[in-house]
Write a protein that binds this ligand. Structure first.
Ligand code: TNX
Length: 525
């Protein structure tokens, strides 16, 4: 055998290059506590090893149940494209063999609540346990974030699909964590809404509020008042074609959201913000004359005729049809900026509309403006601007949904250079969006009063999905974390490092995001 002599310096160079390659390319995750999960979990205990997905890895569910099977299938669908593996969902009544993923429902750890989960990863098995299927779904989101970035692509990627071992125990601080999409100022079709749902679900949000009506457009088919959608939905800001969801399409959205443990909260804004309806039916106007359709961006100029009986017959019909296709508990009645409705008309109007919503078996949600009326039990007031109103709502026993315009409005510009959006409430850079606590922001509104957090995207200036994504990302993961992770374990300095690591994931998912200068994105590739 002929042995070539290698000079010691050459050997050392080769060794150093080899080591560099190992550390750059393989990136085998072995320390679970160093993983960048958003929202940050309650507890992580690392055990210093790793589990690897293999072509033979299957997803086992404990006992046959349509809902657990559906979560299992969802996980399989998330893992299949990038890995190219089969991931069959199989039922078992015992702990599966090595190399598999195991989804279990168990009431043992009641502290996990409705949406909590425990994810235990050993070298041999990934076990996800929860009290409820919703918890399994939330755990699946964590599991996906623990895999290499390549998992986010929709085409087969090279890669070693490893996860660090240990146990994550996790549950949310608030029960409502959501976003709002204004589909009235500009209309967005079913596919866009579904993508929006997917994106918010990756960060464990569980509510999507759809702002379905406003001055510029009525976006939901109401069979007993067909002109609302046909005429009232026929345009949008800027004069485009607008559009609306048929009830079947709305149901499709509701079901898609439900499979992702997201509740749809439909809003019919009234008595102001109603020009699209007033243009569709003359009898809803005090003058008896229909208005013209409106494609500008002013607010506060329209009002239902609060003194006419037909107005309440109309609202009853609309809410009845909407309630019938909305499985979630809430109907949002708007109530904001009704500058063209006299206070003495506004208060009895809101009182009557609350009764209508309740009569159709739903709970009332409304912007905090409604707090000047007599709020019925179970009402949720969505705080956006007025501290006095938020306090008035609390005094009446209402829960507060926190959407402060200065902190949580997704249509607010990041800074002066942002082309889209507005800045009437504030410029909201990523640090400002993250550094606040829903339980202390508003004097008089404490943790016990807060239902949760919602980040609304108003779309006066937003016309397509790319623009939606630019305003929503990367602020949204921060709002999701505010809603999930206790304020005491959150810090901006630590969060911004985790957010940087999401950058490559955003890219892999094709998300058009704002590359804020506050984040060291390059440190993450
Ligand atoms: C205020 S927030 C509004 C909306 C606008 C938004 C623009 C609220 C309840 N009303 O009608 O679209 O500002 O930022």
């Amino acid at each position: 055998m002929i042995r070539k002599r290698i000079h010691p310096i050459t050997a050392l160079t080769i060794l150093v290059i080899a080591l560099m390659q190992v550390s750059c390319t393989s990136q085998t995750a072995t320390d679970l506590s160093k993983e960048s999960i958003i929202p940050k979990p309650v507890s992580i205990v690392a055990t210093g090893s790793s589990f690897k997905l293999k072509p033979a890895t299957e997803i086992y569910i404990q006992g046959e149940s349509a809902e657990i099977r559906q979560v299992g299938q969802y996980l399989a669908d998330r893992l299949k494209p990038a890995t190219g593996f089969g991931f069959e969902v199989k039922v078992t009544d015992k702990v599966p063999l090595s190399g598999n993923i195991y989804l279990v429902l168990s009431e043992e750890n009641s502290g996990l609540g409705e949406e909590g989960y425990e994810l235990t990863i050993t070298k041999k098995l990934v076990t996800l346990t929860a009290n409820k299927p919703a918890g399994l779904f939330m755990g699946v989101q964590t599991l996906c974030q623990l895999l290499p970035v390549g998992i986010e692509f929709t085409t087969k990627q090279p890669g070693s699909w490893e996860m660090a071992t240990g146990t994550i125990t996790d549950y949310p601080v608030y029960s409502y964590r959501g976003a709002m999409l204004d589909v009235s100022r500009h209309f967005f079709g079913v596919q866009d809404v579904k993508r929006f749902i997917d994106l918010i679900s990756f960060y464990k949000m569980n509510a999507l509020h759809l702002h379905l009506s406003d001055d510029q457009g009525w976006r939901i088919e109401i069979k007993s008042w067909p002109e609302l959608a046909i005429h009232g939905g026929s345009t949008e800001v800027g004069g485009g074609n607008g559009g609306y969801y048929t009830q079947d399409q709305y149901t499709d959205i509701v079901n898609y959201a439900k499979e992702r443990y997201i509740t749809i909260i439909p809003e019919i804004d009234m008595p102001g913000h109603t020009n699209a309806a007033l243009a569709s039916y003359a009898e809803l106007n005090c003058s008896g004359k229909a208005t013209e359709l409106y494609t500008g961006t002013r607010v506060g100029f329209s009002s239902f005729c609060t003194t006419k009986d037909i107005t309440y017959k109309f609202i009853d019909d609309v809410i009845k049809e909407l309630a019938a296709i909305t499985p979630g508990p809430y109907i949002h009645i708007g109530g904001d900026e009704s500058h063209s409705t006299k206070r003495e008309d506004y208060i009895p109007f809101i009182n009557k509309v609350q009764d209508i919503v309740i009569s159709h078996g739903k709970k009332v949600m409304g912007w905090d403006d409604i707090a000047i009326a007599s709020l019925k039990p179970g009402v949720v007031a969505q705080h956006w601007a007025n501290v006095k109103n938020a306090n008035a709502a609390v005094k009446q026993g209402a829960k507060i949904l926190m959407s402060p315009g200065t902190k949580a409005y997704l249509d607010m510009q990041y800074d002066k250079s942002t082309k889209l959006g507005q800045h009437w409430a504030a410029y909201i850079e990523l640090d400002s969006a993250y550094i606040w606590d829903p339980a202390t922001l508003v004097p008089g509104v404490g943790m016990d009063n807060v239902l949760g957090i919602e980040a609304p995207l108003w779309t006066e200036t937003i016309t397509n999905m790319d623009e939606i994504e630019y305003m929503v990302f990367p602020r949204l993961p921060g709002y999701a974390e505010i809603g999930w992770t206790p304020a005491s374990s959150r810090s901006w300095d630590e969060y911004k490092v985790r957010l940087a690591k999401q950058g490559p994931r955003f890219k892999a998912m094709g998300i058009n995001f704002y590359q804020s200068p506050l984040i060291n994105w390059s440190g993450s590739d």
